[in-house]
Design a protein. Structure first.
Length: 198
């Protein structure tokens, strides 16, 4: 009945950003990345549920999962987001900061060249043309990784997290549910095998 905090409004969750061919995004990093293995099946992204306890049916059906990193960002008007990077793109990001991880609030430019939809995303540190940019750097509001998680769970159409439920308990609860869902997909060949090339 009584809540400790306001209910999470779905439309306030971070937006997932996948750059389209030709798209350029200049933004600021706003948190620690979430790193996951996923599959692309039946036209959508689904989390790999392979672990010591669970065999992932999608690994059997369509092969090894793909790695993605979701880096929290703050766009214009402080809008929360998370930019999706492949292993290659994330390597490029980390290579820009050989001394350590990219700092919080770091301004970055992401660009996917025109042409093929799966051209790798290029990342650079944009030139600071605005003398007030440095001052604004401190104003970036963090994007919590649990909010990025909520965005991903919604994308994956996973059962929602209960109020106050810990991530550990939640994952223990939903992973078997997802594994069963995937096993059903395996038994329905017309729904499977759609493998994305992005
Ligand atoms: Zn898997």
């Amino acid at each position: 009945m009584f809540l400790n905090e306001p209910p999470k409004r779905e439309n306030h969750l971070p937006h997932l950003v996948r750059l389209k061919a030709g798209q350029t995004l200049t933004t600021r990093l706003a948190g620690e990345p979430l790193r996951v293995h996923t599959h692309f099946a039946t036209g959508r992204t689904l989390p790999c549920v392979n672990s010591d306890q669970t065999l992932c049916p999608l690994c059997e059906l369509i092969g090894p999962p793909r790695y993605y990193a979701y880096w929290p960002i703050r766009g214009k008007s402080n809008q929360a987001g998370a930019v999706e990077l492949t292993a290659l793109a994330e390597q490029e990001l980390l290579a820009l900061f050989p001394e350590g991880n990219p700092p919080f609030g770091q301004r970055l430019q992401f660009h996917r060249p025109n042409g093929r939809r799966n051209n790798p995303v290029q990342i650079s540190i944009p030139f600071l043309e605005d003398p007030h940019e440095k001052a604004r750097k401190t104003e970036v509001v963090p994007v919590s990784s649990s909010d990025v998680q909520r965005t991903l769970f919604r994308l994956w159409e996973a059962p929602p997290m209960a109020d106050g439920e810990s991530l550990e308990v939640y994952l223990d609860r939903i992973i078997p549910v997802l594994a069963v869902r995937y096993a059903h997909m395996l038994q329905t060949p017309r729904n499977t095998g759609s493998i994305d090339d992005s």
